[in-house]
Design a protein around this ligand. Structure first.
Ligand code: FA5
Length: 348
């Protein structure tokens, strides 16, 4: 092929390409167009194949002209391809119109569970007073749960806490007081002891304020001079810390086999401010915890010298406090995993 022939045929190929490009309006057309003008069977590829038959003296010029032709055809194709892409994108955007007046989506953020909030608040309070945190198993020996807490086998005081039996001499602990026995065993008769023990406990209970599984925080202090006055001061401060300075706190005599004397603490009712309502069973007060001076029998049963040392202990119900603080009407809600219920605590 001569240069003159190529110029004529090349121009015809470009012309055909320019003529056809206007009719290309979608991706299918574009592919056909690409095949026809840049593909294996296109005139352009034919020119490359003819390169060998070109007179060597003209081959260089032929190559330059051919390369220019290729650039032109490719430019026609690229322009069309970008037009079609832009058209497809704007069609897609039109289909997916965003209504900016609709409310946005918020990512689902977690929150600290009300039960954990109470645990943290109480442990922070006691750690601030220099207490250590002790732990014990939920599957506990009858010995630690009862016998070492001055509740021997067949003693009527066992009826106060209906426990779950796992095996002979093994129960699901019915109170965190069992950890008192573990702490005293670990300390081997030495003092001072100043610990709190948060954890789960189990009883055969079931109503709006009683669950088969609930949390308690035990406190135990043993030293030469831990007094009843110290106990009252700590508990008063704790209850004000938890429920606010305005709440009246009252202590009244009670009975626990492991403390003597024993007390229970009440706070003035939130609902009626002490006047009496159905929430506080018309007493004006709500029971919060049990406490007392460690019974000398407990000291002796756990290897402590009851003549030399004395102490006090207390036990709070975590769920009960969460219910009172956050106005929760049924204790089961604390375990029910209800997303709507828990979402309320996000901003707390
Ligand atoms: C005791 O468990 C004693 N061990 C507390 C104690 C410790 C007294 C140290 C003296 C010295 P009581 O059975 O009252 O006491 O339980 C303590 C608290 O646990 C109650 O005030 C209540 O808040 C909570 N509680 C008791 N039973 C349940 C239950 N079934 N569901 C939810 N909370 C409960």
């Amino acid at each position: 092929m001569t240069i003159a022939e190529f110029q004529e045929k090349g121009e015809a190929a470009l012309k055909a390409c320019l003529l056809e490009v206007d009719a290309v309006s979608n991706l299918d057309d574009l592919n056909v167009f690409k095949g026809r003008h840049l593909g294996k069977k296109s005139a352009l590829t034919g020119f490359y194949q003819m390169m060998r038959s070109v007179d060597p003296a003209e081959r260089k010029e032929f190559g330059i002209l051919l390369s220019r032709l290729k650039d032109k055809i490719e430019a026609v194709y690229a322009k069309k391809a970008s037009e079609i892409e832009a058209k497809l994108l704007s069609e897609k955007m039109a289909r997916k119109k965003v209504d900016i007046t609709l409310p946005g989506f918020y990512p689902l953020a977690g929150a600290i569970h009300p039960y954990q909030k109470v645990v943290r608040e109480i442990t922070d309070f006691f750690v601030g007073l220099g207490f250590d945190i002790a732990d014990g198993p939920e599957v506990e020996s009858d010995e630690n749960n009862f016998a070492k807490m001055n509740i021997p086998m067949d003693h009527p005081a066992r009826d106060m806490q209906d426990s779950f039996s796992i095996a002979e001499g093994v129960v699901l602990r019915s109170h965190t007081s069992a950890v008192q026995a573990r702490v005293m065993a670990a300390m081997k008769g030495k003092a001072p002891i100043k610990v709190i023990c948060p954890g789960k406990v189990y009883r055969r209970d079931n109503d709006a304020t009683h669950s088969h599984q609930f949390g308690q925080i035990e406190g135990l202090v043993i030293s030469r001079d831990a007094t009843f006055a110290n106990l009252i001061e700590i508990l008063t401060k704790l209850l004000r810390h938890l429920f606010g300075e305005k709440r009246a706190v009252r202590f009244r005599p009670s009975f626990f086999p492991f403390t003597e004397p024993s007390i229970e603490a009440d706070i003035s009712c939130f609902e009626c401010d002490g006047k009496g309502c159905s929430f506080c069973k018309h007493t004006g007060w709500i029971e919060i915890l049990g406490a007392g001076m460690v019974h000398p029998n407990v000291l002796r049963l756990n290897g402590y010298d009851a003549e030399e040392l004395q102490g006090f202990a207390f036990g709070l119900g975590i769920d009960r406090i969460a219910m009172l603080k956050y106005g929760i009407d049924d204790i089961k809600r604390l375990y029910a995993d209800e997303a709507d219920f828990l979402a309320q605590f996000r901003k707390e």
